[in-house]
Ligand binder design. Sequence first.
Ligand code: AG3
Length: 282
Amino acid sequence: MLPTQHTWFSEFYQPEGVALAWTIESHLAHEVTDYQTIDIYKTTHWGHLMVIDGCVMLTSRDNFIYHEMLTHPALFSHPNPKTVLIIGGGDCGTLKEVLAHPGVVKVTQVEIDEKVTRLSERFFPELCERNQDPRAQLLFDDGLAHIQALEPESVDVIIVDSTDPIGPAEGLFGPAFIKDCHAALSHEGVLVQQSESPLLHLPLIEGIRANMRAAGFSQCETLGFPQPCYPSGWWSATVASKGGPLQPPTEARFNDAQLATRYYNPAVHAGALGTQLGLIER
Ligand code: AG3
C-alpha cells in the first residue's frame, strides 16, 4: 500500500533559508485585495491557518502566545490604561486580549484591509467573539494617517500588530511613525510593536529601539517569546514607555484583572524582559 499522501502548505522564508510547513486538509479561501493576497487553510493539526502574501499570520492552535505577549505586558506597563489603539491586528486576536482588561474604556482598531477581519470572523470566530463589545471601534483605514490625525496625548496605549516590514506595513517600522505615536500618547503612554525574531532580525529590532529612543521614550524593552508558526519559532514585542520603568504587574494587579491567559503571567513577563539581545550573535 502506498503511504498516505499529504498536501502541505509551506512558508519558504527565503532571507534565512528556512521553511515551515503544515499538512492541510483543504484550501478554504483565497482573496486578492487592494493590499495583499490572503489565504486560509484547514490544517490537520493546527486548526485554521491564515497566510498573507505567503507569510503565516496565525494558526488557531498557537496564536494565543503572540496575542497575549503583544497585549498584556504593554497594558500592565501603564498604571491605568483606559484608551487603547491597535494598528493592524485585523484578525482581532489582539483586540480580544485588550478587551479582557476591565479598566479599558475604549479600544480603536485601525486595520487597512477589511478583508482580513471578514475572513477572521468566518474562520477564527473565537478571536472575534468580543467584537460587539461597546468599548470596541473597528475602523478600516490607513494606520499611518490615523495616527497623524490624532489629538496629541490622547491615547494611553498603542499596539502595532503588523505584518513583516515589507508591503503595506513597511511605514510602521520607520522613525516618523514612531514619533507620531509618541506625540499621540498620553503622559505615561506605552507603545508596543511586534518586532519579529530575535534570532533572525536583530538589526531590525535594534532599529526599532533606536527609533523609540530618538522619539523621546524614556524606557524601551524587547520581550522574547516562543511562536511556533513564525520563522525560527522565536518572536518578540518591543515596548516603550513615556513614564516609569517597564515592569511586570504585581500578583494582586494581575489577579484583579481575571484574564484567563494560557501563556502570560507576571513571571513569564519578568522572564521575557530578561531577553538579552546583546548576547544573541549571528
Ligand atoms: N503579525 C506578525 C506576522 C509576522 C509573521 N512573519 C512571517 N510569517 N514571515 C501577525 C498578526 C497576528 N495578529
